[in-house]
Design a protein around this ligand. Structure first.
Ligand SMILES: Nc1ncnc2c1ncn2[C@@H]1O[C@H](COP(=O)(O)OP(=O)(O)OP(=O)(O)O)[C@@H](O)[C@H]1O
Ligand SMILES: [Mg+2]
Length: 198
């Protein structure tokens, strides 16, 4: 079973299904009460609504722009000299956030550079960055609507700072698996097990 953007380039695959279906299946398998999946990966972010069988009902995706994706955080972590897996815990040490006013990754990066030059606390900058990414993804969540429990997938679900801010926006706790980056792969394997049906 091949999935993802490169699924057409896997010559030995027997079948191919979309990553959207895979994330829905994987999340439903791990957390059967999932009604909404928020997947924030390195290159795109997606919000998926599913029925009680794990089948996709509707989805929204941003794959046009790095803002609202993990790439945004990768760029900023590098600028700040902070490891990706430290962003979450650092941001939670901040009592407030410094607002990042640019939506665009390129402009936000220069904003961060000047904040660093002005010796602003890194934790507050990071919290501001988390707020920016959550705001971007939130506009998709709001447009699609939330039903049932929410599961977050993708690498950014490992970032506790982003997860907490998303929970505050949603007004509910979200399911986070210990391995959120392989939920799509799990879904692909489950689809293969079912003979290729999503
Ligand atoms: N240990 C970690 N702690 C915090 N964030 C992390 C960690 N590992 C990865 N990330 C975040 O996850 C992102 C990558 O997510 P993921 O692996 O789901 O992307 P992908 O599936 O390869 O890409 P896409 O789905 O967008 O095509 C990175 O950009 C980074 O922001
Ligand atoms: Mg992905």
């Amino acid at each position: 079973m091949a999935t993802g953007y490169g699924r057409v380039s896997v010559p030995f695959a027997d079948k191919r299904i979309t990553e959207i279906s895979c994330h829905a299946l994987g999340a439903h398998h791990l957390f059967p009460d999932t009604g909404t999946v928020i997947d924030i990966g390195g290159q795109d972010s997606k919000v998926i609504r599913l029925d009680k069988h794990g089948k996709v009902v509707d989805f929204s995706m941003n794959d046009k722009c790095a803002a609202g994706t993990g790439r945004f955080l990768e760029v900023m972590a590098e600028r700040l000299g902070v490891a990706l897996d430290q962003l979450g815990s650092l941001s939670q040490q901040a009592e407030r956030e410094i607002e990042i006013s640019s939506v665009c990754t390129v402009f936000a990066e220069s904003e961060v550079v000047s904040l660093i030059a002005r010796n602003q606390p890194k934790a507050e900058i990071i919290r501001g960055l988390h707020k920016a990414i959550v705001g971007r993804v939130w506009s998709m969540v709001k447009a699609l609507g939330v039903s049932g429990a929410v599961t977050m997938s993708g690498g950014v679900a490992k970032n506790q700072g982003v997860v907490r801010l998303m929970e505050a926006k949603l007004g509910q706790a979200v399911h986070i698996h210990s391995e959120p980056q392989i939920i799509g792969a799990l879904g692909a394997a489950l689809a293969a097990l079912r003979g290729g049906k999503a």
